[in-house]
Design a protein around this ligand. Structure first.
Ligand code: ADP
Ligand code: MG
Length: 320
């Protein structure tokens, strides 16, 4: 019998809260001082985006930039460059779309194909795009594997043209776009002279500057249940987590998560439950956490060593 559980349905409305609080400065040496900051959230890019800053205008800057990038990069927006490229298999794109696809190709090479944005047709086949989850026939998966591989994305540098080698190919930037978008938002904030802000884009976090002279504290979500398993303290760093509890369905007692192994066409099954990556930028944290989830603990740790200023925390089944 086919039993499917759907998870992660969200029914949040955009909210704006002014948070008032007291913090000790310098571990109490200077006494107690009252501060206020703003927490704004909005649903975008298929998740909840939360912006925390003492600057009232920070959230508007972040939301504006994320909206612009969602319109460019989302496969769910029919007019986006990514949707148009997926439809036409050849497109002259903006420098930003070109940049992110080029970066994605680099991550694919570095991770020996574990990270691959050409997984689009597989993500569709398994029902992760329209949330109509299904376990496809093995033969169907095998057929689609012919369309997978970042070497089949051809980049014409001079004209900013992206071309697919085969019709039917589709790119899905779900594992890299949020990280890139957060980096762009941080750049915009800095341009406006805002140098203290916490952005949380559904678990893709960037800590800009400090919070009242101390690093931002970020909770890392637990792996077995919804409790968080600890804190990290960060300044000018991004942190991202990829986990098999993020988006998945269960059929006949087997769990299928939304990160696909591009080599097999099946959801990644490396024994990793959750990967947290701390990196100097959001794009690296985002792409790397997905790649490590596919590669598994040992190969994942080796991959992380290739990156400067990166720390990883991997929970594998044998850790527990
Ligand atoms: P989340 O979006 O939940 O933070 P990830 O950053 O790990 O999680 O991205 C997962 C998404 O990336 C999937 O929903 C899918 O759209 C896409 N994807 C799935 N498998 C891969 C893969 N091997 N390489 C690149 N992108 C992938
Ligand atoms: Mg990712």
């Amino acid at each position: 019998m086919k039993r499917i559980h759907k998870l992660r349905t969200m029914h949040y409305a955009p909210i704006t809260i002014l948070v008032l609080g007291s913090w000790f400065l310098g571990f109490g040496l200077c006494g107690c001082q009252s501060h206020q900051f703003y927490v704004n959230s909005r649903i975008m890019m298929g998740t909840i985006i939360e912006v925390t800053s003492v600057h009232k205008e920070a959230a508007g800057v972040v939301f504006g930039e994320l909206e612009r990038l969602e319109n460019l990069l989302s496969k769910y927006k029919p007019e986006s460059e990514v949707s148009q490229l997926n439809k036409k298999a050849k497109l002259k794109v903006s420098p930003e779309t070109f940049f992110i696809v080029k970066k994605a190709k680099e991550f694919s090479t570095l991770s020996s194909g574990a990270f691959d944005i050409t997984v689009g047709p597989l993500v569709d086949l398994w029902g992760f795009t329209d949330k109509n989850f299904t376990v496809p026939a093995d033969e169907k998966i095998k057929n689609i594997l012919k369309l997978i591989g970042s070497d089949k994305i051809l980049l014409h540098n001079n004209e900013s043209v992206i071309k697919f080698k085969f019709p039917g190919m589709k790119i899905d930037l779900g594992a890299i776009a949020k990280g890139y978008a957060v980096d762009c938002a941080v750049k915009k904030l800095k341009e406006k002279g805002i140098n203290s802000c916490l952005i949380n884009a559904g678990g893709q976090v960037y800590c800009l500057g400090e919070k009242f002279g101390r690093p931002w504290r970020v909770a890392i979500k637990g792996v077995l249940n919804s409790d968080f398993s600890g804190f990290v303290e960060l300044t000018d760093k991004s942190v991202a987590t990829s986990g098999d509890y993020e988006q998945f369905f269960i059929q006949d007692n087997k769990r299928y998560a939304h990160i696909i192994n591009p080599k097999t066409g099946y959801p990644a099954d490396s024994g990793v439950i959750s990967v947290t990556v701390i990196a100097p930028d959001g794009l690296t944290a985002d792409a790397l956490s997905t790649a490590i989830f596919v590669l598994g603990k040992e190969r994942g740790e080796k991959l992380a060593e290739k990156f400067k200023g990166v720390e990883v925390k991997i929970y594998a089944q044998d850790n527990l």
